[in-house]
Design a protein around this ligand. Structure first.
Ligand code: UT7
Length: 325
């Protein structure tokens, strides 16, 4: 049976130039390189320059993805930008990207699902494409997460970084089988009972300020491994595919221990896991497309490979998505 599949046609990414190492962090808060590496796998993170905003990062990643897809920018009819760190409370940062790209048609909007934002945004794009709302969509995850950090709180400030990743997706006809290129299945979840486990203590409606990230790390960790594994199993069950069929696992990059634990739980060998957390830290909504871009550009992910994405973040929100590249 012929179906419309949402195919990833191009990938791109951008990292700010400034690198902050764990030794640099130890001059800011009471921490050590040993503690950070042992507990998280993080060695360094990129931090946006003064005046460098989320839209700048997003635009750089978007331009690379558009060039990679080889499309005319005017073909894009939808821009979905996942971010927790918009340039302004409104308008959506996606509309800034739209204007900078010279687009005056279609729709552009932001998605807020924190670290799960890119998986949410790509799932929305998939629905838009499958229902005919969109033919070519630009999906971006971009964050200047450093702006939300309390630089006196060692339990959070060592974990995060800034960056952006983007994909161009477009509708193509498939056979309706797992051999099709494109998104095969996606599963999103949230559970607001846990909203106080990972949150920002400010916002326009509450404090009229931006606020800082607060997290009960151990609690988030405990839920992450279980929720992520369940969402992945959902994707496998929905398609009838097995863990062995997955060529590449491109997870949200929060903590190496979470990634190792998840891979073990679903029976994936470490060499199939794309890991960027060591060099980039946790870039929230940007981490999945940044990791995807890296593994495509270095030649690991090839056309027709089966790729599994997953993410988990504040809310809690979480989800998984399976696609054939
Ligand atoms: O992307 C959104 C999802 N976020 C996550 O998935 C994050 C999930 N959580 C984690 O990754 C981990 O829980 C952390 C990396 C945040 C923390 O690791 P942990 O093994 O759970 O450590 P902990 O919070 O239980 O803290 C252990 C000790 C504490 O000291 P005491 O109370 O045992 O004396 C902390 O105060 O480590 C201390 N500590 C630090 N020490 C040095 C916490 N942060 C630091 C630090 N440097 N940066």
């Amino acid at each position: 049976m012929s179906v419309i599949r949402t195919v990833v046609a191009g990938v791109g990414s951008y990292l700010p130039a400034r690198v902050v190492t764990n030794d640099d962090m130890s001059k800011i808060v009471d921490t050590t390189d040993e503690w950070i590496v042992e507990r998280t796998g993080i060695h360094q993170r990129h931090i946006a320059a003064e005046g460098e905003m989320t839209s700048h990062l997003a635009l750089a990643a978007a331009r690379e993805a558009i060039a990679d897809a080889g499309i005319d920018v005017q073909e894009i009819d939808t821009i979905i930008l996942a971010t927790t760190t918009p340039d302004y409370t409104f308008p959506a940062t996606a509309t800034t990207v739209q204007a900078e790209l010279g687009l005056h048609h279609g729709a552009a909007f932001d998605v807020q699902a924190v670290c799960s934002g890119f998986v949410y945004a790509l799932t929305i794009a998939d629905t838009f494409v499958k229902t005919g709302q969109s033919k070519v969509a630009l999906v971006i995850g971009a964050e200047t997460f450093s702006r939300l950090l309390d630089w006196t709180d060692r339990t959070t400030c060592v974990l995060f970084g800034d960056g952006a990743g983007a994909v161009v997706v477009r509708g193509e006809t498939g056979e309706g089988t797992n051999a099709d290129r494109g998104i095969l299945t996606a599963h999103l979840h949230s559970d607001g009972r846990y909203k106080d486990k990972l949150y920002v203590d400010g916002g326009p409606s509450s404090t009229q300020s931006t606020g800082h990230v607060r997290m009960e790390g151990r609690e988030v960790f405990r839920h992450a491994v279980v929720n992520i594994a369940e969402a992945i199993n959902e994707s496998l069950e929905a398609t009838g595919l097995k863990a062995d069929d997955i060529d590449w696992f491109v997870p949200h990059q929060a903590n190496k221990r979470i990634l190792d634990g998840t891979a073990r739980r679903i029976g994936l060998p470490p060499e199939k896991v794309v890991m960027t957390v060591g060099e980039q830290g946790n870039t929230s909504a940007a981490s999945v497309p940044l990791a995807l871009d890296k593994a495509v550009k270095d030649g690991r992910i090839k056309k027709n490979d089966l790729v599994l994405l997953e993410a988990m973040g504040g809310g809690f929100t979480w989800g998984s998505l399976l696609f054939r590249f």
